[in-house]
Design a protein around this ligand. Sequence first.
Ligand SMILES: C[S@@+](CC[C@H](N)C(=O)[O-])C[C@H]1O[C@@H](n2cnc3c(N)ncnc32)[C@H](O)[C@@H]1O
Length: 323
Amino acid sequence: MKLSAKQTVDVLRAAGEPTRLRILALLEREELAVLELCRVLDQSQPRVSRHLKLLAEAGLVERFPDGAWVFYRLTGAGRQHEVIGEVLARINPDDPILARDRRKLDDVQAERSDAAQAYFAENAAQWDQIRSLYVADANVEAEVLAAAGQQRVKRLVDLGSGTGRMLTLLGPQADHAVGLDLSQQMLNIARRNTLEAGLTHVELRHGDIFDTRLPEGSADLVVVHQVLHYLGDPAAAVKEAGRIVAPGGKLIIVDFAPHKLEFLREQHQHRRLGFSDEEMGRWLAEADLPQVGLQALPPTRQDGLTVKIWAAQRAPTQLRSAA
Ligand SMILES: C[S@@+](CC[C@H](N)C(=O)[O-])C[C@H]1O[C@@H](n2cnc3c(N)ncnc32)[C@H](O)[C@@H]1O
């Protein structure tokens, strides 16, 4: 449905202010916390929050609390979104103010990613113990096996494979498996673990979940286990994971339900404190992957976390849309 003239004026009025336009341009890159926006824009929190409120009221951005933080992202669908996309696409990319914002956001992202990389490099050797601090591994693994099903898998891909636990779990039922990770330290340990498990058909690759360089529709089973909560743009990672799922293939995502353990951000580099079913369901739908399963594993100890297992499957003969 088209926008009414009044709706169009409301959208343009909301976007038609220098700081608000800058905010929209920044959020076009990825979802951001309010404090990150303040840092890039070099403006106070009350001021930035006021602008965000106006943008949210006009339906241009959506606000979502995550533990004690509040994040914003562009509203993903609808005519308002199209109008804003059109406006942003027409701005000269060399515009000095927007270019400076982009550079500052690059710095914020680089700091975040350096801190995460350093964390994974430092903790690779202890990762298996760290992972089991808040969840009971055995329960999660039983559910992952159930979600994968017992049939043989031609091509398994584990994105953010860490020490290779998912590869040793699911590798025996796969003809070929690829584990992809950004951390060389993690890859080295995964190499050792999969060889020790006798899984010589597992290939470990250095790569980025946002740009896997794997061909579209090339995997019958894709697993993303406890990775999304570290990422700046989890929606983009789900999209890329979905892109490589073959017709009839499955995507299994394991992550936390929303929680409030703030210290995990500082001490363990978590960016998001879990994901809601609504949010994950939306990302799976956008990736053209109907959800076929959802399990919630409640914590087995008082300070534990609920683990969610979302399973989705591409229709057997479905042709991917151009998007
Ligand atoms: C918490 S570990 C989980 C590892 C494994 N899936 C598991 O559950 O044991 C997260 C892994 O994601 C990797 N990672 C983080 N960002 C990544 C990215 N952009 N691309 C690929 N791997 C990434 C880290 O190096 C780390 O090995």
